[in-house]
Design a protein around this ligand. Structure first.
Ligand SMILES: Nc1nc2c(ncn2[C@@H]2O[C@H](COP(=O)(O)OP(=O)(O)O)[C@@H](O)[C@H]2O)c(=O)[nH]1
Ligand SMILES: [Mg+2]
Length: 241
């Protein structure tokens, strides 16, 4: 890494996170201002129907580093990441779920690997979710690892640092719920260097997950199946489009 700390664009995803989004934005700004030369915090509000937008609008005048990008309707996780990355102006993008389950104090550990890796993934240790989420998450992770043998160990961890040029190659993704799996596979195919860093994980404040429901799980499985076919067919190609 250069002597001067790199600039970071934090991309925070928000979908009905009124309980957590205010703390999440404020702790991003407070922790990252200390370790970066240039900071912007891009919040993608993906058509929230709770009070998220109200809270974000009230934070705008207080934090000039914050940039709010609203989707006028719910477009999904992968699409929202792509929106944030497209708007990012700094050397590195730190992608973070807006549910405040991660600690921005861990960003420094990810940044320490930035000189040697284009993609640095958090690895939730221990994962602070109920046992059935941990069980299904492990099954999902290990099935994808079994098929593709990826370098990223906690595929779905919503705390990842990506060098901007690499991020622009990895996004947009075709998958929405399975976007991180697609990113991990594409990164491997493109020969990007990936690293893993143990990060803290807190329990959700509301206990309500927006992705853990029958419809989202069905969509995710469909995306994984279609991705597996697509990447297996294109095994010797680095570009999937
Ligand atoms: N942009 C976007 N984000 C979503 C959507 N559904 C969930 N999320 C975000 O994805 C993150 C993880 O979702 P969550 O329900 O907490 O799943 P968990 O962390 O695996 O329990 C949170 O920050 C949510 O706000 C969606 O449809 N669009
Ligand atoms: Mg979460």
């Amino acid at each position: 890494m250069n002597q001067k700390p790199p600039g970071i664009s934090v991309v925070i995803l928000c979908f009905n996170e009124g309980v957590a989004i205010g703390d999440c934005v404020q702790s991003a700004i407070s922790a990252l201002s200390r370790i970066t030369s240039s900071l912007e915090v891009i919040v993608v509000d993906d058509g929230s129907s709770d009070n998220s937008r109200e809270i974000l609008d009230s934070l705008g005048p207080l934090y000039p580093q914050m940039k709010l990008i609203p989707h006028h309707r719910n477009m999904g996780y992968g699409r929202s990441l792509a929106t944030g990355i497209q708007a990012a102006a700094n050397d590195y993008v730190l992608c973070v779920d807006g549910d405040n389950q991660f600690s921005f104090d861990d960003a420094e550990k990810l940044l320490a690997l930035a000189g040697s890796c284009e993609v640095v993934s958090g690895c939730r240790t221990p994962r602070a979710d109920p046992w059935y989420r941990r069980f299904l998450g492990k099954l999902y992770n290990e099935s994808i690892q079994f098929v593709f043998g990826l370098e990223i160990s906690d595929i779905d961890c919503g705390f990842k640092l990506i060098e901007i040029t690499a991020a622009r190659k990895l996004f947009p993704t075709r998958s929405n719920f399975a976007a991180w799996a697609e990113v991990a596979i594409k990164a491997q195919r493109l020969g990007l260097r990936c690293g893993n860093v143990v990060v803290n994980h807190r329990a959700r404040q509301t206990g309500k997950s927006a992705v853990f429901n029958a419809r989202s799980i069905a969509t995710m499985l469909r995306e994984v199946a279609s991705m597996t076919v697509r990447f297996t067919l294109a095994k010797f190609s680095t570009a999937d489009d």
